[in-house]
Design a binder for this molecule. Structure first.
Ligand SMILES: [Mg+2]
Length: 446
């Protein structure tokens, strides 16, 4: 463990929703839910105003709508999230050469490599305050929560303690005191399945974990996870901040003799692969935020699509739902020869010995098959929340559409809340706004 609190973890608050509220003044201070807006969508991020109603990341959008019907449901604008993320990451790299991004809205920064007057608690605290101010500047007003401690684990726990818009510095030597009363699930890698196994053994808190021998932990949750838990519950964590960390992912795919054309069959296969992936995640004590699918068409064109959740999941049902949702947006009428599902953006700490294919212990079938409503070829163009531009009225965003009409609110980050107007779906004066730089497909690839 480091002798100084020199690892910083930064996490932008309710990132996707915050970007939407920044760019859509009429939504500021209101519940906003970003995610799949279709019948089978999943919530990626909910604004704090929506969380009050019990809406959270990875919940089905249907459930979210039941809990908070008056929220704005938006399908997400990844170009805007990527731009904002890039601004934050380049700020962090100005501060320290050692920055390890974990996802669009999260990163570790090694302050030992940064140019600070010192690394005492007072120094890093002042630095943390200043950094949050600068993040607000470069993002046009977004808030971030920052944790600073002697290790990645402690920094990550700390950034979550005073969310949103918080700064928590854990002085060296006080880590265990801080951790002991916390639930074991604060340890990355302790997903629902592991938590349940620990709970059955009477382990709820970090203090409980500390009382279990290493051998016993290995017996309870497996080797890699057991050793990890034994160290982390004692705040032992020497992992370096790695500027060039390889992105690991867990995936499953299948190639088929004959081209698949039946949507229901494809969905069934994706669901089975999702179960596979989730099982392997759990086995290794991992969970991930980005779910991807890979689809090779009859003509060997290979398509990848991905979506990112606000918090990591290791649940088969969630991975399956997202995968099927991604498939729904692809035209597969010509036939498909390969299908695959992957999860990346893994909550890291077990990064070794990852994943040889291991089909030995596939569970019988705990997840009910999905409701088989065959996806319609939904018109994606007017997805709620999308940026549009009108030849006379200027820039705005899609407030909603249906029955041949699209409703647009004309406002931007720089205007106040703007007026709402409706148009025919095919009104030539209205078009989708394309971001100036085309979205790099590579960033979306699994
Ligand atoms: Mg965040």
């Amino acid at each position: 463990m480091r002798s100084h609190a020199s690892v910083l973890h930064i996490d932008l608050d309710a990132f996707f929703a915050a970007v939407e509220q920044r760019d859509k003044p009429s939504l500021r201070g209101k519940p906003v839910v970003v995610g799949g807006v279709g019948g089978r969508g999943v919530v990626a991020t909910a604004s704090y105003e929506a969380r009050v109603f019990g809406v959270h990341s990875a919940m089905s959008t249907r459930e979210a709508r039941a809990r908070c019907p008056h929220a704005a449901y938006l399908s997400g604008r990844f170009h805007a999230y990527r731009e904002t993320s890039a601004a934050v990451m380049s700020l962090l790299r100005e501060v320290s050469p050692l920055v390890e991004p974990l996802s669009l809205d999260e990163a570790f920064v090694d302050l030992a490599a940064a140019d600070l007057p010192g690394h005492e608690v007072a120094d890093v605290t002042a630095f943390g305050h200043d950094l949050r101010r600068r993040v607000r500047e470069v993002t046009g007003g977004l808030t971030a929560s920052v944790g600073i401690g002697t290790s990645k684990f402690v920094a990550k726990v700390a950034s979550d303690l005073d969310k949103p818009d918080g700064l928590v510095v854990v002085p060296p030597g006080t880590e265990q005191e801080l951790l002991r009363p916390m639930r074991a699930t604060v340890i990355p890698g302790v997903g629902p399945a592991t938590a349940e196994r620990l709970r059955r053994a009477g382990v709820h808190t970090i203090a409980d974990l500390e009382a279990v021998s290493e051998d016993e932990l290995v017996r309870l949750v497996g080797r890699s996870l057991g050793h990890g838990l034994h160290a982390l519950c004692r705040a032992r964590d020497d992992r370096p901040v790695q500027a060039e960390r390889e992105t690991k992912s867990v995936s499953a795919e299948g190639t088929y003799e004959e081209d698949l054309t039946d949507r229901r069959l494809m969905e069934g296969l994706l669901s089975r692969q999702a179960r596979d992936v989730a099982e392997r995640l759990r086995k290794h004590g991992l969970s991930g935020r980005t779910v991807s699918i890979k689809v090779r068409l009859h003509d060997f064109t290979t398509l990848s699509r991905s979506t990112t959740l606000g918090s990591p999941t290791d649940e088969a049902a969630v991975v399956a739902r997202l995968a099927r949702g991604l498939l729904a947006d692809l035209d597969t009428t010509g036939g498909v020869r390969l299908l695959g599902v992957g999860v990346s953006g893994l909550a890291d700490w077990v990064q070794d010995e990852l994943f040889g294919p291991d089909d030995s212990e596939r569970e019988a079938d705990p997840e009910p098959e999905p409701a088989l409503d065959v996806p319609s070829t939904r018109h994606r163009a007017w997805a709620p929340g999308s940026d549009v531009v009108h030849t006379e009225l200027g820039p705005g965003w899609v407030w909603g559409s249906g029955r041949g009409v699209v409703t647009v609110r004309f406002e931007t980050a720089e205007t106040g809340p703007g007026p709402v107007r409706s148009f025919a779906l095919d009104d030539p004066a209205l078009s989708l706004f394309r971001p100036p730089s085309p979205e790099a497909p590579a960033a979306d690839a699994p």
